[in-house]
Design a protein around this ligand. Structure first.
Ligand SMILES: Nc1ncnc2c1ncn2[C@@H]1O[C@H](COP(=O)(O)OP(=O)(O)OP(=O)(O)O)[C@@H](O)[C@H]1O
Length: 256
């Protein structure tokens, strides 16, 4: 499902956080949302997810306005994995993942066989099957992150929004996680700090700088040394990796 944002504006604490942001995320592709600390990535994801209302502009899922959809209806199409998601302390991992079925629950239907299958698949895809019986509060940061992916997948969304999904993961789990997410065939928007991972696992990139979208398009068009220097103030080389042939970012240092 195509996701588009048109002329989005939002302020907080008396100052603009996002200004006139327009963006299109292609259906079934992974869009990396880049930008320095405080540039507005989390705010944009929360607006897109419908958690926060924009002051101007519109977010569309297909041809529907996200902010006019009912919460349950939106939850069947779109899932957000937040950066520091918290969960009630005494739930098991399986119960946390089952929360992803909330948009499908009806007081009229007892049991949810399709939901049970969705939860099993989600636990497996996010590689937390073996943790299913563990208490949520005993998990490590990386295990929590994978559990929250599983919860989002249990929603069976068409659009998946991920806020720094790899920040707690070790290198192997980072590569594995992004490879799996890519393989799902969903429309994915992932806020990422690691340019190397973004280059290797995203189809498209959107770059925010101080609340404004300064670049968007296919990775190879957007991720240039000039852009990285302008937005991050870092001198980099962008090359083809000799082994996997994807784009590879080598930093030289802070730009002078
Ligand atoms: N509720 C709020 N009240 C006041 N300021 C806010 C609020 N939400 C966000 N901001 C400010 O808006 C700016 C953008 O924040 P946001 O969290 O969206 O950035 P980010 O790009 O996700 O940052 P990071 O990479 O550090 O996670 C920051 O300056 C932040 O302090």
């Amino acid at each position: 499902m195509r996701l588009s944002v048109d002329g989005l504006g939002w302020s907080a604490g008396g100052r603009p956080v996002l200004e006139d942001v327009s963006l299109t995320c292609r259906s079934g592709r992974v869009t990396g949302l880049l930008g320095p600390n405080g540039s507005g990535k989390t705010s944009l994801l929360r607006l897109v997810a419908g958690l926060v209302r924009p002051e101007s502009g519109i977010v569309r899922l297909g041809d529907r306005d996200v902010h006019r959809m009912r919460v349950r209806e939106r939850g069947r199409v779109l899932a957000l994995v937040e950066q520091e998601a918290t969960t009630a302390l005494d739930l098991s991992v399986r119960q946390v993942v089952e929360l992803g079925r909330t948009p499908y629950r009806s007081r009229l239907v007892v049991g949810d066989p399709e939901g049970a299958e969705a939860v099993t698949v989600a636990l497996r895809t996010a590689q937390v099957e073996e943790l299913a019986g563990r208490a949520w509060r005993t998990l490590s940061g990386g295990e929590r992150q994978r559990t929250h992916l599983a919860r989002a997948l249990a929603q069976q969304p068409e659009v998946l929004l991920l806020d720094e999904p790899t920040n707690h993961l070790d290198l192997r789990h980072q590569l594995d996680f992004l490879g799996r997410v890519r393989g799902l065939g969903l429309t994915v928007v992932a806020a990422l700090h690691d340019l190397e991972l973004a280059a290797a696992y995203c189809d498209d990139l959107a770059v925010l700088d101080d609340g404004r979208l300064v670049a968007q398009g296919p990775v190879g068009d957007v991720l240039t040394p000039g852009l990285v220097e302008r937005v991050y103030g870092v001198d980099v080389a962008v090359e083809r990796h000799p082994v996997h042939d994807r784009l590879h970012v080598r930093w030289n240092g802070v730009a002078s």
